[in-house]
Every structure is written in C-alpha cells, then in structure tokens.
Design a protein around this ligand. Structure first.
Ligand SMILES: [Zn+2]
Ligand SMILES: [Zn+2]
Length: 882
C-alpha cells in the first residue's frame, strides 16, 4: 500500500486536485430530474476586483454549502460570474489611458470601449483565478459576465418591458453628482462623513422695510440659487413673516417667505434658505411649493452663468468671495464652528454636489410592494432574522431609482431621440427612422445603466432569461444567497423585486448574511490602514484548506469576526493532525483488503461501538448545523471530534489490536474500523477542506471515485449505542485522572505504574471491560479493579472520578525523598513570591499611585500563590505519611 509522505505540503497538492476536478467535469451541474436541485448564484465580483478576505469568506461559505449538498445527492449548481462594475472599471481604464497620455474624450466612445474590453481581457479574470485558488467548486462551464451577450439581452428586455409598463420614466431630478467622476451616484453610493465645518448666519433684507431676517447655512455659495426662505408653519415667531418678500443679497432677486413642515425650528434661527437646484430636501420643498429651480453650480462644480460676477469660479472659491462680499455689505452676522455630515463619492472621495438634471428612473412603489410582502410572508428568509428589518425599513421608504449614469462602460440605454421632432423611441434594435415624422436623424441616449441594474437580474439572466431554458425551469429559484450586509440595499433588494416582476417568483429562498472579517485588533481591513491580509499570500503559506477552516472557525451568522494569525496555525496543525492519523491508518493496512470484508464477520469491541455511535451523532450534528448555516458550530464539532475522539483516543485504542498477530480477526476489525471511520471523517471534512481530504481519500482503498462525488455519511440510528458511550466516558475519565496525577507528580511518561481502582459493582464491570484501554493509555502495569479494599497502600495519591476512586501507590512511582526535596524547594519559591507581592500591597505609595489593574494583578497573584502553597503542603503531607 502506498503511503502518504511524512509531511503535508498543501502547495504540492492543492492545485493538482483543482485541476483534476476541472478536467473531470466534476463541478458541472446537470439538469437531472431524478434528483432534487440545489443552486446558488455567486455574487459576481467586480472585474476590477482582487480577492480580499471578504470574498474569501463569502466563497468558502458557498463552496461548503455546494459541496455538502452535492455529496448529499442534490443536483448542485454554483453559478459563477463577474460584474462589469461600470464606474469602477471606467475609472481604472481612464487612469490607465491618462498614464499613457490618452484622453478619454479625444478617444471617443467606440475607441474607449475597445480599450475597456482590452482591459477586461487582461485583468478581468484575475479575481476568478484567485477564486479557483480557494478551491471553489463552481460550474465554470456556465460562467457569466454581466455584459456578455445573454446578460445584455436580458438587461435590454427588462428596460423595455418596464418602460412599456410605465415603470421607467425620464424626469428632472435632483441627483448626487460626482464632479470628478462626472456621473450621478445613487444614494447608497454616497458616503457620509462628519466634517468640521462652519455655520454662516446671513441677513436677508425684507422688501420695503429696514428690517432683516437671518438664516443659517453651511454652504453660503448656494445662496445664489435661493428661490425662497422657509419657516415651519407652527413656528409662532415667524407667523407674520410668511407671505412676505425678501431680497436675496448679492443677486438682488426677490424671493418669498414660505411655510413648510420640513423646516426644523431648532436649526439656526429656525429660518432656512431654500435652494431647490442644489439640495435634495430643498428640491422636495420646491416641488411642494412650486418654487423656481435656479442652477448655480455646474457639472464641474463651477459656478454657472446666472451667478454673474461669480460665474466660472470653483464652488469653494465662490464661497470665499460670497463671504467677503457679504461682510462688505454688512450682511454677515456671525460664523459658528459647526460639525456636520458631508456626502462624498464612494469611488473618489470628492464631495458630491446635488444637481438637477434629466435622468431615467425606475418607479419603485409598484415593484416594492410584492418585494415587501415576500419577506413579510416568509417566502424569503433572512439569516440572521434581524436583517429582514433592515431590508423592510429600506423598502418601505424607498425612493424612485435613478438608473442612468453618465459613463460609457456599461449597458447603453436603448432609447433614441428624433432630432427633428423630439420623439423618444425605446427599441430592442436600433431604429432606422422616427415612427412619428419619418426622420432618420436619430441619436441614441448617451448614458449607460447603473451597474446594479444588470446585477439585479443576475439570478435569472445567468440562467438564460428571457429564453425559457431548462436551467431556469430546474434551478430557479435558487436556494440561498450568501452575501455581506453592505449590499442588502444595492443588490439583494433589487434582485428580489426584479425576480418577482419578471419570474413571478422570488430569486432565492434564504439570504444568508455574513459579517465582516476584521483585523486582529477588531478594525475594519482597509487600504488606508494598510491592515488588509491578502488571502493569496495566506494560501501560499498555509494552504487554502487552512484558510477556509480558519474563516469558518467561530463564524456565526451576521457577526463580524477577527482574523488572527494563530488561528491559521491552529488550522494548519489540524490539517497535519489528520494527515498523521491517516498515515498511521495506511501504515497498518498491509495484507488488508477493505472490499473483501463483510461487516457481519467483524468482532466489534467496546471502543468500536463507541466510535461508530459517536460518528453517527457527529454526522447528525453537522447536518443540523449546516441546515441552520451555523458554520462555526459545524467546524467546532468536526474539530473536536476528529482531534480529541478519533485521533487522541480511538487511534490509540486501535494500536493494541493492530500491533499483534495472534488474533487476526481482531486485527482485521481494527484495520477495517480505523479506515471506515477515517473515510467518513474525510467526507464530513471535505466541504470545508476539500484538497487535503481528496489527497488522503485517493490513497485509501475504499473507492476509486473522487471524494467530492461520493455520498455524504448518512445517519444510522442502529449504530447509536448509548451504553457504549457511557462506558467509554467512564473509562476515559479514569484514564484522564491517572494521567493528571502522573503529570502532577512529574512521573516519567515511559514509566509503568501500579494502580488500584475502587468502584461499585456496575462500574467495576465496566472498568474490567476496558482493562486493556486503561493499561495501555494510562501506562499501568499492575492494575487492580475491585469493589472493596482491605488495606490502602500508603503513601498514595488518590482522586475520585465519577464515583471511582483512583489510588496510585507512590512506592515505585516516584522517588519519595527526591520528590520531597523538590516540593520543599517549590514551596520556598512560592512563599517568597507571596511575601514579595504582599510587600508591594503593604506599600501605600504603590497601592495609591499604581494603575488599578496593576494593584488588582498583585492581589490576584497572592491568591494564586496561596492556592499553590496549600496544594504543595497537602502533597508534602501525603508523602510524609510514609
Ligand atoms: Zn467620484
Ligand atoms: Zn421625429
């Protein structure tokens, strides 16, 4: 039998098995109606992306689920793909071109798109190749890209159908504008940060009067676009002012004072300026009160023509000028320091400028309604449940979705405008002439769609929609969406309403939301902090299996976790432990033919029955944890069972039978059981650590198939043996107790000792049954198991465990004189430490001035040393009884 090499080297193994699975088409899902379907669509990473810990976690979880279901006999599909990431990619390509001295606008749309596709071909697969390194068992034959032909077709179809249903419209709207990226941003793409700013109090003269009103603003430059002053209708102070006219300083324009419930009476003076063109709340107020919209800031964040002397100035430069001019006219009352939130572009951190422009929108209310119901009625379940509130809260307050973006890389809006009569033509194919006036002078809308428009269709566009495909019929809806909480709004919500609208069915049954991977100190991993850990580097050092195991250790739904290097080492040690156990089993298989064994011919002993029973229980526990997405619980069960029970106990117990040739039937049983349990352990571990389990599995004489297509261990009630478990528990407790005493007494591990176990009749019988385990595992030579004892050996060390008295005569186990000397010396050291700590605590200077935790630390020390001293005195007493 070929054995495993002495040491496990993941680098020699992992790629080999990934290639093997790919070459044999083992990831490819089949529409097999004799099986139940299981499907997941991968949240498509951006083509600009590089694998980070978040992806690594996300993909590990999806792979675990997919591999588990596949082994359980489901027709399992994990559908991968990438997202074109409109804005992120365009920014990258523009940057690259700029470095080459090429200007995007000079290049023109077509030329730029060629460059963008080139960029995609060169870098777009980086992240998918990294996902392969993780061991992801996705069906790459079905890989999709949001801008591939089929997905683009789906996007067009959805746009047109929504337009025809009246759910897409064009309108003037205040949008978040990034003056640097030159595009609109959705609300969720704007990041809000607290800034140290200023609050300017400005006087506006009341018309035909010597009086003024005072308003407070953080952005005085926008006053040039004010079209009203507003107060709260219930604000008694200003009741008489409503309906008056004031003169807008610097512009000398007349504007009305209006009443609007939006105004917060507690802010500033309780009077606010209204600039509908540059503030979303003011825009709404303008709509309600029919105010004029005066645009004073343009798309480059410069002042427009209407601002007169300020025209062309940058918005911040203009702010300085406006303040200067107000001061000169004695219209500036005061400037306060004022911390307030400022919206920034999530791509480039430029302060966004709210602007009014013509955009395309999706009308949300009719789409949100069924999407809210689907979650409320339980058709879609969030795990953990608390995230359904986040979702519902957003959906219930949803605003129309601005879907046009002033970019080139993306799905171009399928709308043409007649240059002669202004007709708006929405078509699947490019029209030749205007249906209204027959003109052939048509121009397509310049904008592309929001990147999330195409990813919202991902669960069905990837399966071939709008065609009626077998995949859609069989695999849709998908079973679970695995995702981070940061894209519940961006993406999850939108997939839900699009799925309901176009498939009449939810896109997934469950939404599993995982937390963030933080650094060891609990900080978010970020570029600016430089505390990110590159999964690929981790894989090179520890292997993907170890990384995967680490990522799910302690993982609970929805909660963040800290990533610690020690955990990786622990995972690597775990892999080595399994490796060594497997080597041991393989080493002892000469002349053994697994497939010729009939289970009924085996002679199972107590430990075998215990192990079978425990294996079954663990199988059930893991299935149960997996059903609840409790990955951390699952990995803990596996770890504890494999490390403690199988490796540390069962294998040790097997040795007695494996190392002898007198009873061949017993030997065969041990060989068979060791191997069979190992096989099941590898299967259960496979979804988490796919590579090492395949490497070992392929060496085992159990099956010729890849482990990933073998069947998952099934729970068998008949193999549960509670009696065997109770017996083994008692025996193991006694062994542990003997080992403890040996440890405390510093007995040489190789030294065989004498032991007496005093127990009632039922326990005595159990101990008799486990006599050989006791002897071998506690290294006992002379073992007496008895119900009564005439005379107790003196001196002896004793312990009581589960009603069994463990008596270890010291004679022959330790050199009593030497041990006494050692204990006396230890006692002196401890007493010295106690005096030292007490001395400190008696020193008032220390107690009063040292930090509390230091003082508390000294008190703890005294307590600990005191306990140690008591124990030592006990032991010395025991020895002296001699
Ligand atoms: Zn930007
Ligand atoms: Zn026309």
């Amino acid at each position: 039998m070929e054995n495993l090499p002495k040491n496990y080297d993941p680098n020699k193994v992992e790629d080999k098995w990934y290639d093997y699975w790919m070459e044999n088409g083992l990831f490819e899902a089949e529409v097999d109606r004799s099986k139940e379907p299981f499907s997941i669509v991968m949240p498509p990473p951006n083509i600009t992306g590089q694998l980070h810990m978040g992806h690594a976690l996300d993909n590990t979880l999806q792979d675990i689920l997919t591999r588990w279901k596949r082994m359980k006999g489901f027709a399992s599909l994990w559908l991968p793909g990438t997202d074109h990431a409109s804005i992120a990619t365009e920014v990258k390509v523009v940057d690259k071109l700029r470095k080459e001295g090429i200007d995007k606008d000079e290049l023109g749309r077509e030329g730029f798109l060629d460059k963008a596709w080139e960029w995609k071909d060169e870098y777009g697969n980086r992240i998918t190749n990294q996902l392969k390194k993780m061991g992801s068992s996705c069906d790459w034959s079905r890989e999709r890209f949001t801008m591939d032909e089929g997905c683009s077709e789906a996007v067009k179809e959805v746009f047109i159908q929504l337009y025809e249903k009246g759910l897409i419209y064009q309108g003037d709207y205040i949008v978040n504008w990034c003056p640097s990226c030159h595009t609109t941003l959705s609300d969720v793409e704007v990041e809000h940060e607290e800034h140290e700013g200023k609050l300017y109090y400005i006087k506006y003269p009341i018309k035909d009067s010597d009086e003024f009103i005072t308003v407070a603003t953080t952005r005085p430059e926008t006053m040039l676009g004010d079209t009203a002053i507003a107060v709260n209708p219930s604000d008694e102070r200003y009741k008489d002012l409503v309906g008056e006219t004031v003169i807008l300083p610097l512009m000398e324009r007349e504007i009305p004072v209006i009443a609007d419930p939006f105004v917060d009476s507690g802010f500033g003076t309780g009077m606010v300026k209204v600039t509908p063109a540059h503030d979303p709340n003011d825009f709404d107020m303008g709509e309600r009160n029919d105010l004029e919209v005066v645009k004073v800031i343009d798309e480059d964040a410069n002042m427009t023509e209407v601002t007169g002397k300020y025209a062309g100035m940058d918005r911040y430069e203009c702010r300085e000028e406006v303040i200067k001019d107000l001061k000169e006219q004695d219209l500036l009352v005061k400037i306060d320091e004022h911390e307030h939130s400022v919206g920034q572009c999530y791509r480039c951190d430029t302060v966004i400028e709210p602007l009014v422009s013509k955009q395309w929108f999706v009308k949300m209310e009719p789409l949100a309604e069924p999407a809210i119901a689907a979650v409320k009625e339980g058709d879609i379940k969030f795990i953990p449940e608390r995230f359904s509130k986040v979702y519902l809260n957003w959906m219930e307050n949803i605003k129309d979705w601005c879907i046009s973006r002033q970019l080139w890389w993306g799905h171009r809006i399928p709308v043409w405008y007649c240059q002669d009569c202004g007709e708006v033509i929405v078509r699947r194919e490019e029209p030749n002439e205007c249906p209204n006036c027959g003109s052939s002078d048509l121009k397509q809308d310049e904008d592309v769609l929001d990147t999330w428009f195409s990813s919202a269709l991902w669960p069905f566009s990837t399966m071939g929609w709008p065609e009626e495909t077998e995949d859609l019929d069989f695999f849709y809806p998908t079973d679970v969406l695995v995702t981070g909480r940061d894209i519940i709004f961006f993406w999850v919500a939108r997939m839900i309403f699009m799925g309901l609208e176009f498939m009449d069915e939810v896109p997934f049954d469950d939404v599993y939301v995982h937390g963030l991977i933080r650094d060891a100190q609990g900080r978010k991993m970020s570029k600016s902090l430089g505390n990110g850990i590159d999964p690929i580097e981790v894989i090179e050092e520890y292997g993907a299996d170890a990384l995967r195991f680490t990522l799910i250790t302690g993982n609970t739904p929805g909660n963040d976790m800290r990533f610690r290097e020690e955990r990786l080492e622990a995972s690597r040690n775990f892999a080595n432990k399994i490796w060594n156990a497997s080597r041991f089993i393989l080493m002892n298989l000469e002349d053994f033919d697994y497939r010729s064994i009939k289970e009924e011919d085996l002679k199972l002993n107590l430990a075998d029955k215990w192990m079978l029973s425990r294996t079954n229980e663990v199988t059930q526990k893991i299935d149960d944890a997996m059903e609840r997405y409790s990955f951390g619980e699952m990995s803990k069960s596996l770890y504890d069972f494999i490390w403690n029970e199988y490796c540390d106990w069962y294998i040790e117990i097997l040795k007695e039978r494996l190392y002898q040739d007198k009873d061949l039937q017993a030997k065969k049983t041990a060989q068979y059981m060791g191997l069979k349990i190992l096989g099941n352990i590898l299967k259960m571990l496979h979804p988490v650590m796919p590579m090492i389990t395949e490497e070992i599995w392929q060496k085992l004489p159990i099956s010729d198939k890849s482990i990933m297509v073998t069947s998952w261990p099934s729970y068998s009630e008949s193999e549960i043996d509670k009696t065997a478990e109770e017996k083994m528990d008692l025996i193991m407790s006694v062994i542990k107790s003997v080992r403890n005493i040996r440890n405390e007494m510093k007995v040489d591990p190789g030294r065989k000792i004498e032991a007496i176990l005093l127990a009632g009749s039922s326990k005595e019988a159990i101990l008799q049954e486990g006599e050989s385990y006791l002897k071998n595992l506690a290294n006992i030579e002379d073992l007496t198991i008895t119900e009564s004892l005439e005379e107790r050996p003196q001196p002896a060390s004793t312990a009581i465990v589960e009603g069994v008295e463990v008596i270890l005569p010291l004679e022959g186990m330790v050199d009593i004189e030497k041990e006494l000397d050692r204990l006396q010396k230890e006692l002196q050291d401890v007493e010295y430490e106690i005096e030292r700590a007490k001395g400190k605590l008696n020193n008032e200077g220390f107690v009063n001035n040292a930090p509390d935790e230091l003082v508390e630390g000294e008190r703890e020390k005294v307590k600990e040393y005191q306990e140690k001293k008591d124990k030592l005195l006990d032991r010395i007493e025991q020895l002296k009884l001699n």
